[in-house]
Design a protein around this ligand. Structure first.
Ligand code: MTE
Ligand code: MO
Length: 319
């Protein structure tokens, strides 16, 4: 299926800011190359053949609290329209380039204020809980959205097993750094590694999820293989991919987009149709595969479950 051309707010995406920075750093010629490379019309990437991806064991259908009653976005759209700057800033770059990532074997370093630090093989980390399905809305800060049937484990179950200490107020995540596997890291569009983080109560919320698959199969590399975060009430950039480190910290951790442009991307990044991005409205969104825009919901439709986490917090200031 041909993905419709981006329109309106999608044109002013997260990459625009980076391109502006690169004009300063690299000069206009290099920046022009960037813009062309990131251009969405630059040829449709082939989505992966789902049959070539390892099937995960069957799991029970998601419980009602963890399943939206909306049509999931097609496998093709979910896996061929991506943000994963480690493989380029264009939406089709990750599907085309991420074959160089080697998601097996994989381990995650656990450190900070935690009772059981160490380097944890992915298999051991997954022993924390049985695999579950979650069918969540996903809303990128660029005003496109999707519905994805994920497979994975609740983040809280994984965190509990590591036994965070009394000073662990936040959990910070990092993505792999390896320019051999992630050629986009040869350019310093981001101060690698990509970093994200959650307040501990957010991380322990039952909706917070570590996905290892979608549509019943292991994650395609472009979606963050072999393990990525999914925080459905927050803008997509919080959902960090290809995680290699989890650190339990006392202070609010640095996070990539907040560091890059704090006036545009907050630490909380809760989906909020009433707080516009400085360069575009957040009131509406385009679901991949659909033509007309739909209204964006507070906390991406999960307000009933998560609004209590932010009682007493000014959501305009803490965006
Ligand atoms: N490591 C890493 N994680 C990342 C990103 C990235 O560039 N690098 N992009 C984020 C953004 S902006 C979005 S919208 C989602 C996109 O996830 P998807 O490609 O599976 O749709 O991944 C997030 N996680
Ligand atoms: Mo995003």
């Amino acid at each position: 299926m041909k993905i419709p051309e981006p329109r309106e707010s999608e044109v002013t995406d997260e990459a625009v800011f980076l391109n502006r920075r690169e004009v300063l750093r690299l000069g206009a010629a290099a920046a022009l190359g960037t813009l062309v490379a990131g251009c969405p019309e630059g040829g449709q990437a082939d989505p992966p053949d789902p049959l070539a991806l390892r099937r995960l064991p069957d799991v029970a259908p998601a419980a009602p609290a963890f399943r939206v009653d909306e049509e999931p976005t097609s496998f093709e759209d979910v896996t061929s329209y991506n943000n994963f700057y480690e493989f380029g800033t264009g939406k089709q770059d990750p599907a085309r380039e991420a074959h160089t990532l080697r998601p097996e074997p994989w381990s995650v370093v656990v450190d900070g204020d935690v009772g059981r630090p160490g380097r944890v093989p992915l298999e051991d980390l997954l022993a924390a809980a049985p695999l579950e399905e979650r069918i969540y809305r996903f809303r990128c800060v660029e005003a496109w959205s999707m519905v994805v049937p994920w497979i994975g484990v609740p983040l809280a179950r994984v965190i509990e097993r590591f036994q965070p200490g009394p000073k662990a107020a936040y959990v910070a995540f990092e993505t792999l750094v390896d320019p051999e596997q992630m050629p986009g890291q040869r350019r310093r569009v981001i101060d690698w590694p990509y970093r994200e983080g959650l307040r501990m109560d957010e991380a322990m919320h039952p909706l917070a999820f570590l996905a290892i698959g979608l549509y019943g199969r292991v994650l395609p590399n472009q979606n963050g293989a072999p393990i990525r975060l999914v925080v459905p009430w927050k803008y997509g950039f919080k959902s960090i991919k290809s995680i290699v480190r989890m650190s339990f910290t006392e202070k609010q951790p640095h996070t990539s987009w907040n560091d890059l442009q704090p006036s545009e991307y907050g630490f909380y990044a809760n989906v909020n149709p009433e707080v516009d991005h400085p360069r575009w409205s957040q009131a509406r969104e385009r679901r991949l595969g659909e033509f007309r825009k739909r209204p964006t919901l507070p906390f991406n439709g999960y307000a009933e479950q998560v609004a209590g986490l932010y009682a007493g917090l000014d959501l305009r200031r803490n965006f």
